[in-house]
Write a protein that binds this ligand. Structure first.
Ligand SMILES: Cc1cc2nc3c(=O)[nH]c(=O)nc-3n(C[C@H](O)[C@H](O)[C@H](O)COP(=O)(O)O)c2cc1C
Length: 204
């Protein structure tokens, strides 16, 4: 029995980005089901150009945190614009990223530009960013539906993650999804969502 559109909307409206998680581990079977749901996303020429690295190892989480804080420090010092800084200030974000070690599970998402064929030539993919982000959206919603909160975290640049996780040259990391049970003590930033008429035009 499919969910009614109204029920799906009501549940989706409850999704928020959490930056504090409870230590309880993410259930492996549930996680695998959510990843399979993500893999149902449409993709350019059905190339499915995504790879998910699931990290629960505390040492690897620590290394991801250290790498992220290093690029954040440089980003805040040298690249951020005043406008961007003002937007981030509303979310009270800082260089320190404790959620990267506190979240029981990090899913590092890669887009795959090409893979290596057996004869050594490249098998090229299409619309890799669009496809990998569609899969990520499905993953976030599947996790939310399973009772897990997530945070879409984007170190800039994220390139250090490829080496850290030993991924091939044809892949680029796009984001780290921090996943876990939401910590109820986390004070959610007050945000509003646009009204339908602000983001939709009908041509009838
Ligand atoms: C592509 C993308 C990148 C994001 N990067 C970060 C990030 O680096 N750090 C962070 O704390 N939140 C990040 N967020 C989360 C947004 O701040 C958050 O989704 C937004 O403020 C709306 O809040 P909500 O998710 O609770 O509805 C990112 C979200 C998206 C979609």
């Amino acid at each position: 029995m499919p969910l009614s559109p109204e029920t799906l909307l009501a549940e989706s409206q409850l999704r928020r980005s959490y930056r504090k998680f409870l230590p309880e581990p993410v259930d492996r079977a549930v996680l695998e089901t959510c990843l399979l749901t993500a893999s149902t996303a449409p993709s350019g020429a059905n190339k499915q150009p995504w790879h998910f690295c699931v990290v629960t190892d505390p040492e690897m989480k620590q290394r991801i945190r250290e790498g992220s804080e290093a690029v954040e420090r440089e980003f805040y010092a040298e690249h951020i614009t005043d406008e961007w800084r003002a937007d981030l200030a509303k979310l009270t974000l800082a260089v320190e990223k404790p959620f990267l070690t506190e979240a029981p599970c990090l899913i590092v998402i890669f887009k795959e530009w090409w893979s290596q064929k057996e004869d050594g030539t490249r098998d090229k993919n299409y619309y890799v960013t669009e496809s990998a982000c569609l899969a990520t959206g499905l993953l976030i919603n599947a996790l939310r539906n399973a009772g897990y909160a997530s945070l879409t975290y984007t170190p800039a640049p994220p390139t250090f993650l490829r080496e850290l996780l030993g991924r091939p040259e044809g892949e680029t990391p796009i984001m780290v999804l921090c996943v876990g049970k939401p910590d109820p003590s986390y004070e959610l930033p007050k945000l509003t969502r646009k009204e339908l008429g602000e983001f939709t035009s009908f041509f009838e």
